[in-house]
Design a protein around this ligand. Structure first.
Ligand SMILES: Cc1ncc(COP(=O)(O)O)c(C=O)c1O
Length: 377
């Protein structure tokens, strides 16, 4: 439905990048996480914006994203954070990509593929310091690194880990993870490897000033303008980049006692004016917002009433004057003086802003404002 539009402000992404740089410190390199279509904001435009702003590296989840970046002419180092499959080693070598490594057999294959082309490829060893998701368990790092030393086709350029609760300021587990990580880094240095790219700080750590002295940081959500969780006043200087807009396609005045949408989950208490908006859960606008959200019309907040359908949502616009078909509806973003943030929607439905951005951004036509290569700030 062409009434719907996700607008991504690349100027806000640039602003957020420079804000990250300012906080990380002059000497610290920035690896920007652009996985999952740059959290729904669009992989290529965001990557180009960051590249022109001077980003040091980009982080994607899987090979395909990295290949798309290379095809689009992206030249900066790209870290494939999930690691790679055995059949992907050639593409990694041919495209000069950096794989996260935590399995010896993959390291063997990658090294062999590189050597057969007369190349040496950089890798970053992923250490699990307590997230228990992906990586070499910290206690095995020394042995693992030792086992990689004979592989001449790979260069142990980096070592990294991921924090589980950095979004909760003062959580003691973050300190424990960082200490475990520093021991692993120490082991690597003892073996004479991995002194170049050492990184653990995501957005929460960046705001909480944890792990910033390692030479590289690896933020995601702050780039897109949201704090990693509620309660980070320090995130106020970041600008949300995504707006989600639609238009009203029908307006009707109905008597008291009229039920609205599937399940008759809402009934009007008085004579009401109801606007239909062509947005639904197919557009990433969660069904959990049923009777549990607000949208902006004519610069005012109005409630979502009844169930969000696959392609339609109804709002009660009774308190507004002269609402008509074609009026703009902002579901995420600013209209006049009002603003609906991804954090607000996320809080209402019990999730996180990350999920709101991914689901809305990936389900709709995206348009871009703000130049991706405007002059540096
Ligand atoms: C491995 C890894 N590093 C960094 C990030 C960035 O985290 P954040 O968006 O909280 O800054 C993510 C995001 O999920 C990740 O998976």
């Amino acid at each position: 439905m062409t009434a719907n539009e996700v607008i991504v402000d690349l100027g806000a992404i640039r602003h957020n990048f420079f804000e990250i740089k300012r906080r990380a410190g002059r000497e610290t390199r920035i690896l920007c996480v652009v996985k999952s279509e740059a959290y729904g904001h669009g992989l290529l435009p965001v990557a180009k914006t960051l590249e022109s702003a001077g980003v040091d590296s980009l982080g994607v989840f899987e090979l395909d994203e990295a290949l798309n970046l290379r095809k689009a002419g992206c030249k900066v180092p790209i870290l494939i954070m999930m690691g790679i499959m055995p059949e992907e080693v050639s593409a990694v070598v041919e495209n000069n990509l950096t794989a996260a490594i935590f399995q010896k057999d993959i390291a063997d294959k990658l090294s062999a593929a590189a050597l057969s082309r007369g190349a040496v490829v950089p890798v970053h060893v992923k250490v699990d310091t307590g997230m228990t998701r992906l990586g070499v368990p910290a206690e095995w790092v020394a042995d693992f690194l030792q086992s990689l030393l004979p592989l001449k086709g790979i260069r142990l350029e980096g070592i990294f880990s991921h924090l589980a609760v950095a979004d909760e300021p003062d959580h003691p587990f973050t300190g424990r993870q960082i200490r475990t990580f520093l021991q692993a880094v120490e082991e690597s240095r003892r073996l004479g490897v991995c002194t170049d790219a050492v990184h653990i700080a995501n957005s929460g750590a960046l705001l909480g000033k944890r792990g910033l002295d390692l030479g590289m940081v690896r933020p995601g959500i702050l780039l897109y303008g949201s704090p990693p969780a509620e309660g980070w006043a320090a995130a106020a200087s970041f600008k949300p980049a995504m707006t989600f807009k639609s238009r009203i396609i029908q307006v009707r005045t109905v008597p008291a006692g009229t039920s609205i949408s599937y399940g008759r989950a809402y009934t009007t208490g008085s004579r009401s004016t109801i606007a239909a908006i062509p947005v639904g859960y197919d557009d990433g606008y969660s069904r959990m917002i049923s009777n549990n959200g607000e949208v902006l019309v004519r610069g005012k907040r109005v409630p979502v009433v009844g169930r969000v359908c696959m392609n339609l949502t109804m709002a009660d616009v009774s308190l507004l004057e002269a609402v008509s078909v074609g009026d703009e509806v902002v579901l995420l973003g600013t209209q006049g003086k009002e603003r609906i943030t991804a954090e607000e929607i996320a809080k209402r439905i019990g999730t996180i802003s990350y999920e709101i951005y991914c689901s809305i951004g990936k389900s709709n036509l995206r348009t871009y404002i703000g130049s991706q290569d405007a002059a540096r700030e």
